[in-house]
Design a protein around this ligand. Structure first.
Ligand code: NAD
Ligand code: LMR
Length: 340
């Protein structure tokens, strides 16, 4: 049960419920790309997280303002802003979790792969610094195309001799968040009770929600409904890109999803049992070297990559259809890291 010092206000009581500051280890979280559309609300949400004792906000510009702003919030963590490459090392040193939402977002008409040329280089340089300054940190990769940026990170860490497959995660939580929301709306069940695994990768048809495993079970959904829910989940990012009409992609829902995933990583590190989230990780559950599925998180990062479970015929087809695209995105990332 919570052990609270003094007489905290109701808001801090709310934030700290179920957490004892005396027994919660110090944890440093760094956000790279912290002044961006995702970075700013993610910095806010990580400032609200009681597991975080130090929050490092890094970007190429704009972080002093974001850090000063967020630092006034009366929660546990100390906040520091770091700007420009010469401060990247300080931002990273001692980090337990590094979250990377650095890079350009899509505009209407673009695929995530169209971001490769710019974002691959950004991810490469940030991961080179991670290998140098905090080689043991858990890395939460948000920058797109995730299907390629995670393999790039793995190759950079391998070259540096620091790769630990248990510590590298592609963040696919937004796909899960969307699948839950869309399913709850269609099945008319309470959204906060919904669970839906989403497997595969994070782009178009590589995003495969497993509605046959959704809970609570819904008897009112036809095959056509499931097809439509699957397509909406796969196109969720594009829905937002089009609605924003040139002003970027999902930022607020992504910050929420990124905060959920980072929180799960911190819980795992702190020894909380049975922490399971979907993530794009090194995997042997299919023939592909990286694959998103449910993952049990623990003190060293990935404790167990869980299998896919029983699939419907529609999901089996979806799985086979996604493999060629996911394979080529993974290979593109590996080739980039080894060529440049
Ligand atoms: P944004 O342009 O608003 O912010 C990106 C930030 O990255 C900017 O502040 C920029 O200065 C910073 N940046 C650029 N180069 C950098 C470097 N070398 N080091 C540190 N910071 C750097 O974009 P956004 O909307 O926040 O999106 C960021 C990325 O996240 C995009 O690639 C987008 O496609 C991706 N994204 C992924 C998911 C997902 O589910 N994984 C969801 C939404 C967006
Ligand atoms: C998303 O799923 O919202 C992100 O990957 C951003 C995008 O480009 O769609």
């Amino acid at each position: 049960q919570a052990t609270l010092r003094g007489s905290p206000s109701s808001s801090s009581r709310l934030l700290r419920r179920g957490f004892s500051s005396e027994s919660t280890p110090d944890r440093k979280v760094a956000v790279l790309g912290a002044a961006g559309g995702i970075g700013q609300p993610l910095a806010l949400l990580m400032k609200l997280n009681p597991f975080v004792s130090k929050l490092a906000l890094y970007d190429i510009a704009g972080t002093p303002g974001v850090a000063a702003d967020v630092s006034h919030i009366n929660t546990r963590s100390e906040v520091a802003g770091y700007m420009g490459e010469e401060q990247l090392g300080k931002a990273l040193e001692g980090s337990d979790v590094v979250i990377i939402p650095a890079g350009v977002p899509r505009k209407p008409g673009m695929t995530r792969d169209d971001l490769f040329n710019i974002n691959a280089g950004i991810v490469k340089s940030l991961c080179t610094a991670i290998a140098k300054y905090c080689p043991n940190a858990l890395v939460n990769m948000i920058s797109n195309p995730v299907n390629s940026t995670v393999p790039i990170a793995a190759e950079i860490f391998k070259k540096a001799g620091t790769y630990d497959e248990k510590k590298l995660f592609g963040v696919t939580t937004l796909d899960v968040v969307r699948a839950k929301t869309f399913y709850a709306g269609k099945a008319n069940v309470p959204v906060m009770e919904v669970n839906v695994p989403v497997v595969g990768g994070h782009a178009g048809i590589t995003i495969l929600p497993l509605f046959s495993q959704a809970s609570p079970k819904a008897n009112n959904l036809s095959d056509e409904d499931i097809k439509a829910l699957t397509k909406r989940t796969q196109d969720g990012g594009t829905e937002v890109v089009e609605a924003k009409a040139g002003k970027g992609s999902a930022t607020l829902s992504m910050a929420y999803a990124g905060a959920i995933f980072a929180d799960a990583c911190l819980k795992g590190l702190n020894g909380v049992p049975d922490v399971v989230e979907c993530s794009f990780v090194q995997s042997s559950i299919t023939e592909l070297p990286f694959f998103a599925s449910k993952v049990r998180l623990g003190k060293n990062g990935v404790e167990e990559v869980l299998g896919l479970g029983p699939l419907s015929d529609f999901e089996k087809q979806g799985l086979e259809s996604l493999k060629p695209e996911l394979k080529s995105s993974i290979e593109k990332g590996i080739m980039f890291a080894n060529q440049s």
